[in-house]
Structure formats: structure tokens, C-alpha cells
Design a protein around this ligand. Structure first.
Ligand SMILES: [Zn+2]
Length: 240
């Protein structure tokens, strides 16, 4: 059955070494033809709680980051303090603050902000402020020439963010910078350019064949981890 299961686990804060209990995704169905994926390359999760469980927040020093960066503890979750009761999307706001405090790259912050936007949508909350934050961080990241990665893909995501914000000229400018190395289907880029030119700021749900080409293609390209956005797995692959 296609179900998402969350469970409690104990992790150790890498900053203050406190053991604390947090939720983690214990089971997540693999991405398939039936998965809902939007044109900004994120998979729509059934609940903001699922996405929020991909990050952990220390109740002592408030350090917040991808759960995968926290070591697991052998202590039972019932025996240790709980993570703070913070709204799902707000956890991503704390993660952006942690990233700033610890001097992490704007691309890391942009990906966190994008996840905050997706999380807010999954919880049916207003998402405009998240888009603005993601746009600011992505803009800073793309202006930095020093990092190596799939820049075309981030131009595409920036195009989507700007289109969703109603900045259609800015969107087209970024879609035009998407190169073949982005490994994104040309028809997707052309479709999104047409959407921007038509003044459509609504999210685009990708048709099955495009999801297939990007996520399930048999070509030997690096695949995103199940359940993560392409962007997130890209950063995880960069060792964040
Ligand atoms: Zn801590």
C-alpha cells in the first residue's frame, strides 16, 4: 500500500550534544507514475508533517537542519526531551536561521526555503512569504559563480519561483538560462515559458510522461532519493 509512516526516534544534536526525540519518516513510497510532481520539481507530499519530519530541531540550542545530519542515539524517545512543538513550515524558517548562523551557503538556504514553501502548501497555509524568501536565497546562490552543480536546474526552479510570484519577465529570463546539462525535458521548459508569457502564476502539475522522463528514466543519470525534491538530493549529494 502507498502509505507514509512517521515514527519517533532519538537523535543527538551535533551542536550541543543533547539527546532528543523527533519524528522521522519510517516509510515513504518510491516515486512512481502516480506521484504528484509539480514543475518546480517537488513531489507533493500528503501532509506538511511528512516534509517537516525530514528536518530536526534541537529543544536546547534550537539548531535546526536536515535530520540526516543528526546522529541517531540508542536512547528511547520516551526517555529524552521532545523537539519543540513548532509548526511544520516554521521548522524550515528555523533551519534558514541556523544556516545563516553557521555560515552555510545561500544554495543550502534556498533549498530549505523551497521546502518551507512546499511544506506550507502541503498544510494549506499561505505560501507567498516562502516564495519571496526562496527567490532571495536562490538569487544570491545563482549570482555566486564559485559553486559547481547543476546550475541550469536551479535556473529552472528560479523561473518557477518567479512565475509563481507573478514576475513573468524574470521567470522567462531564468527559463532561458536552462541548458541541456540540466537534463530537463525541453518540452517542460517550453511549456513553462508559455505559461509565464500567458501570465499564469498557478502551480503546474507535471504530466506522467514528464515525471517519467525526469525521475524514472533508465538513462544512467543520478536519480533523486525517493521522496526528496531533486534540489534536496542534489545538496545532500554535495555533502550538506
Ligand atoms: Zn542543540
Amino acid at each position: 500500500m502507498k502509505v507514509f509512516i512517521l515514527k519517533e526516534t532519538t537523535v543527538i544534536c551535533p551542536k550541543c550534544e543533547l539527546n532528543f526525540a523527533t519524528t522521522q519518516v519510517a516509510k515513504m513510497p518510491k516515486i512512481s507514475h502516480e506521484s504528484r510532481v509539480e514543475a518546480d520539481l517537488h513531489r507533493v507530499l500528503p501532509d506538511g508533517a511528512v516534509r517537516a519530519s525530514l528536518i530536526a530541531m534541537c529543544p536546547e540550542c534550537l539548531y535546526t537542519w536536515w535530520l540526516s545530519a543528526f546522529a541517531h542515539s540508542i536512547m528511547l524517545p520516551q526517555m529524552v526531551p521532545d523537539a519543540p512543538p513548532v509548526d511544520n513550515a516554521k521548522k524550515f524558517g528555523h533551519a534558514v536561521l541556523s544556516a545563516r548562523k553557521h555560515g552555510l551557503h545561500s544554495l543550502d538556504r534556498a533549498i530549505i526555503a523551497l521546502n518551507g514553501y512546499w511544506c506550507a502548501r502541503e498544510d494549506f497555509q499561505p505560501a507567498g512569504k516562502w516564495l519571496e524568501l526562496a527567490a532571495r536565497e536562490l538569487d544570491e546562490a545563482l549570482k555566486d559563480e564559485s559553486w559547481y552543480g547543476n546550475r541550469g536546474r536551479y535556473h529552472h526552479i528560479m523561473g518557477e519561483v518567479l512565475r509563481l510570484m507573478g514576475d513573468f519577465h524574470g521567470a522567462v529570463r531564468h527559463y532561458s538560462l536552462v541548458d541541456n546539462r540540466s537534463m530537463l525535458p525541453r518540452e517542460l521548459i517550453e511549456h513553462q515559458i508559455a505559461e509565464a508569457k500567458a501570465g499564469n502564476s498557478a502551480p503546474t502539475l507535471l504530466p506522467q510522461e514528464i515525471v517519467e522522463q525526469i525521475f524514472l528514466d533508465k538513462k544512467p543519470i543520478r536519480k533523486p532519493e525517493s521522496g526528496m525534491s531533486i534540489a534536496q538530493s542534489d545538496v545532500l549529494a554535495h555533502g550538506a
